[in-house]
Structures are given as structure tokens and as C-alpha cells.
Design a protein around this ligand. Structure first.
Ligand SMILES: Cc1ncc(COP(=O)(O)O)c(C=O)c1O
Length: 379
């Protein structure tokens, strides 16, 4: 069996398990607003899917996304999830021999896409307490000074750690990007969960591309709908060779429109639950000598739990939870350098599920201490 088949089979088994508690992919499993379901059911009843959507996406959705960003001088290009926009931008702007600068840990797929276009990916180490688990402007400036930086990829809030950059830090990153005439991809997938968030676009509109995801705050991961936000002139460049030039899923777009209209009414409760769940996990971790939570509170809908003090294998912890029908993620999904350090647990699940996680945590840690390494490969 090829590795891609093994990986897909792993997720096939998870998908087929109705009891599974999804706490590994920062997806949102809280009940949808009824308007979102109604809009998509009506779209299917009306068979709107016989036509392609407009290539840049439905105008109403694009406008609602810009309103959500509180930006009026940019445009939004609808993509098949933020990931497809990232794929396109990374492939498009990189030329062989260019460098893409990101953090370690980061969300690694954009680096893989940039490599396909011939980039060298430079991942700057940030899982360090003395720099608050954040990229510093000095680190970025030094990497840019080495030359060849064509693309800077910043995930903010950062999956997997939950740190978020201040306005001063974002301004400094933007100035460094401008000094190198580099494109700055500001991956804002988790922006809605942050305690305050600053768009790099405000400081460097010429070459900043901002991602927008509906998978996390709206809980629409399976609908594959997202966007890139940038100046129209930059989106014009990207529209050449756009993979979804026949438009994105129309049913998903109509659901997203309904979701954005209901956001003010619906999302505050999602955020409250997610933050409450974080608190429960934090309290449970504090009871266990072998574990720590280096970043709390997290600015994402997830928390990282450090298990390196006792040398517990993150994958062994994944094993233990999966045996109890709870999926979590190990650091190796995000980083080779820090693969033995932490696990990541999502918090946009019903509180009862978080409680289940907390209840079994001590037993899973005890088992992992006795049974490492992991018996199964986790993705
Ligand atoms: C940092 C980051 N960017 C992008 C994505 C993908 O977003 P989407 O589901 O909108 O494609 C994820 C998904 O986990 C992510 O963590």
C-alpha cells in the first residue's frame, strides 16, 4: 500500500466511526445555526448546483467576508477552502531557487506546495519559552538578510501553539517583508478565536495575501469553502491559472452567506464554549506532573500540551485517546524538530466531550508511560 492510501484509510476509519470525538483537526463540532442548514437544503431543493458559480465567487459572499475583515479597499477571491488558495499562491509566486520563510512549528502544507515550485523552505525555530513561543522580528530580519526571500508565511493565531502576534509585531513583520519586496501570506484561519488580532494587510497592502477560512469558526470544514483577501491587482495576478476558475461549490457558498449573516448572533456562544473547554483542559493538565500547557489561554480553538518533561511520546498519547474514540494530534504533524514535545487538542466540541477527554487523561498518560512507542501511525 502506498503512504497516501494508508493515510486516507486512517481518516476513512475515523470518518466511519460515529462515536468519534474529533479533537485533532481544530474543526468545529458545535451545532450549526439553523439558517445555515436551511440555506443549503433550499439550494439543493432548487438544484442550483447545475450551474457553475462565478469564478471569483458569489458577490454577496465576497462582500460579507470583506465586512468580516473590516476592510474596504481589498477584494476576496473565493477558494475551495483556505488551503486551495494557499496552494495557488505558493505555487504561483515561487520560482525555482526562491526561499519561503516560516516558523517551526507551523502549518506545513504551504511549505510543501512552495517546494513543488522549487522553493527552499526556511522554518525558524520558535518552540522556545524565552521567546514566548513566537517568531521575533530579529529572527525574521536575519533570515531575510540571508537573501532570496520571496514569500513569508505567518500563521496567526498559530496552529499548533495558539500564540497570536501583537499589532507591533505584525507591523515589524510587514516592514521586513516590504524591505525584501517579499509576498507576505498572513494565514488568519483562526482569527475569530483570538483575544484581539491585527491584519498585516493594514501595514503592507501591496503584497499581503490574507487567508479566510470558514472551516473553523463556522464549522464548515467538509464544505470546502474559504477565500483569499488581497488588493484586486494582486488577485488579478493570481486569477491567471486559478485552479477553481469554474467557481467554488455553490451550495457551500450559500451556506457560508447564511453563516456570515448569523455570525453575530451565533458565534459568541461558540467562542464562550471553546474558551470554557480550554479552561477545563488547563485544570486537568495542572493535576498531572508529567504535563504542562506552555501557552494559556490560547488564541485558537485548540491548546498545545507539552509532554516532554517525562519523555512521553506524543504518538503514544494519540494511541491511548484513539482507543477511547478521541482523536487528537501529535506534534509530528507540524514539526520534525519538536516532534517529541507536545500534543494538540481542539476545543470547539461539546463540553461533555471535553470532559470525557479530561476524565481519561490521567489513565492515558499512565498507559503511554508504560507502552511507548506508539503502536499505530497517526497523521
Ligand atoms: C493554519 C491553517 N491554515 C489553513 C487551514 C485550512 O483551512 P481550510 O479548511 O479553510 O482549507 C488549516 C486547517 O487546519 C490551518 O490550520
Amino acid at each position: 500500500m502506498e503512504p497516501y492510501q494508508r493515510r486516507s484509510n486512517h481518516f476513512e476509519a475515523l470518518f466511519a466511526n460515529p462515536k468519534l470525538i474529533w479533537m485533532g483537526q481544530n474543526t468545529n463540532h458545535l451545532p450549526s445555526h439553523p439558517d445555515v442548514k436551511r440555506a443549503m437544503i433550499a439550494a439543493i431543493e432548487d438544484e442550483v448546483y447545475h450551474s457553475y458559480a462565478p469564478p471569483a465567487g458569489l458577490a454577496e459572499l465576497r462582500r460579507l467576508i470583506l465586512d468580516d475583515f473590516e476592510v474596504s479597499d481589498a477584494d476576496a477571491l473565493i477558494t475551495d477552502g483556505a488551503i486551495e488558495g494557499l496552494y495557488h499562491a505558493c505555487r504561483h509566486f515561487i520560482r525555482p531557487g526562491d526561499r519561503m520563510i516560516t516558523t517551526d512549528p507551523t502549518w506545513t502544507w504551504p511549505g510543501a506546495f512552495a517546494k513543488l515550485s522549487g522553493a527552499e523552505v526556511v522554518a525558524l525555530p520558535i518552540y522556545e519559552a524565552d521567546q514566548n513561543y513566537k517568531l521575533t522580528a530579529d529572527q525574521l530580519a536575519a533570515a531575510v538578510a540571508d537573501g532570496g526571500a520571496r514569500l513569508i508565511y505567518i500563521v496567526d493565531p498559530l496552529n499548533p501553539l495558539g500564540i497570536c502576534y501583537t499589532a507591533e509585531e505584525i507591523e515589524a513583520f510587514a516592514a521586513i517583508a516590504r524591505s525584501a519586496e517579499a509576498y507576505l501570506i498572513h494565514d488568519c484561519t483562526y482569527r475569530h478565536f483570538a483575544y484581539g488580532h491585527t491584519l498585516a494587510y493594514r501595514y503592507y497592502p501591496e503584497r499581503t495575501i490574507t487567508t479566510y477560512s470558514l472551516s473553523k469558526w463556522l464549522g464548515a470544514a467538509g464544505l470546502r469553502i474559504g477565500a483569499l483577501m488581497a488588493r484586486p491587482s494582486l488577485l488579478q495576478t493570481l486569477s491567471n491559472g486559478q485552479p477553481n476558475s469554474l467557481g467554488s461549490n455553490v451550495v457551500s457558498q450559500l451556506g457560508a452567506i447564511a453563516g456570515l449573516k448569523a455570525k453575530d448572533e451565533w458565534f459568541p456562544e461558540v467562542l464562550r464554549i471553546s474558551r470554557h473547554n480550554q479552561g477545563l483542559i488547563h485544570a486537568a493538565v495542572q493535576q498531572i506532573d508529567e504535563l504542562t500547557m506552555p501557552i494559556f489561554p490560547s488564541h485558537g480553538n485548540f491548546v498545545a500540551i507539552d509532554c516532554s518533561r517525562a519523555g512521553i511520546s506524543p504518538e503514544a498519547l494519540c494511541d491511548g485517546f484513539l482507543r477511547r474514540d478521541i482523536q487528537i494530534r501529535h506534534a509530528g504533524y507540524h514539526t520534525d524538530r519538536y516532534a517529541d514535545r507536545f500534543i494538540k487538542v481542539s476545543t470547539t466540541v461539546p463540553t461533555q466531550h471535553t470532559q470525557q477527554f479530561c476524565d481519561v487523561l490521567p489513565a492515558v498518560v499512565t498507559e503511554a508511560l508504560a507502552s511507548q512507542p506508539a503502536t499505530e501511525k497517526h497523521y
